[in-house]
Design a protein around this ligand. Sequence first.
Ligand SMILES: Cc1ncc(COP(=O)(O)O)c(C=O)c1O
Length: 402
Amino acid sequence: MTDTLLQYRDEFPILATCNYMISNSLGAMPKSVYTALHDYADAWATLGVRAWGTRHQNQPTWWEIKGAAGDNIAPLLGAPAGSVLVHENASIANSILLSGLDFSDTRRNKIIVSDQDFPSDVYTLRAMLPDFCHIEIIRNHDGITLDTDEILAAIDDQTRLVSLSHVLFRSAYIVPARAIIEKAHRVGAQVLLNGYHSVGIIPVDVTDLQVDFYIGGTLKWLCGGPGGVFMYIRPDLLMTLHPKITGWFAHQQPFAFDIEQFAFREDAYRLANGTPAIAALYAIQPGVNIIKQVGIEAIREKSIRQTALLIELADAAGYRVNSPRPIHDRAGTVTVQPDHAYEISRELLARNIVIDYREGAGIRIAPHFYNSDAEIHQVMQAIATIIADGSWQQHTQRSFVT
Ligand SMILES: Cc1ncc(COP(=O)(O)O)c(C=O)c1O
């Protein structure tokens, strides 16, 4: 069977230099980012300050690009135009959203998270919640999933917000979003999902899910690099938000320069603040465009096949697998945990096989549409060789990056 998606490999320079199996951390850079960043520099160099209001090379004006970039990403999460705004990172996007939620009903004092969420999500919650709120943490029991019944039982009429990852970053478990959202809405709570590990690798439809808020990034599966975090607000909720983290970009009349009056915009820019990092808004587009061109259905089909192959090879070698086996529960990563997984991961890196390691989980292997089956076999063969030749033993120092 020919793998037609391999035709895209030439677009990603790093694939010619290593075995790149880490698209759940930082997707490979498309070559066309060079052009995109050149376009950015060209707009700045030739238009100067006029770039804020003048289109250049078919790009939106710099004033519009934060929303236009959101509109470009929106179809990948089933969001309508005008409902997505791009921010620098999820921590600031969370903070903006939380600063804008209505906490006036003090009977709703419960916020539900899980111990498998990305820690920064919980850090921002702790920092932003009013004092009367408390956080209830749903604990993982098997190293892979969360118990659906436990989550649903925790959501009650005192719940203000359920904040969970749609896909867990350690195991790639797909959280049952629909059931959670339905229960939350039935008891009058809202749901914020982190879509960093879902959008770009599994089909997502925020409109169909009816989720209230959805925040994810282009950094990983969208091959967009840093600086492209998208925040979806369900359109009917936009006007209920009054962010305390704000700025002149959120003002209806920013050029009135009036310190006495502030009126929130009534579109996605309501959640904006100050001058965006424009270069990133150019750089994220090529990856997003390629993902749209390849198509999520084709990406998912290949991902299911390659993650199944990884599990099959790990089983054959006798390694513990810390990712779900049912395909409807598993997104794009397979986490394997042979003995000495950390040391093995360092030796894989030394051998130019790019993966990462997460404490308590293992070696995360994350093929994307541009990876070949031969590369999958190479990773698993390399783990076996490293165990057999004992070369993992030279890696005694722990590093804290990746
Ligand atoms: C699930 C998840 N959320 C958030 C982040 C990053 O958060 P931020 O955009 O604030 O750096 C990561 C990893 O980089 C992640 O895996």
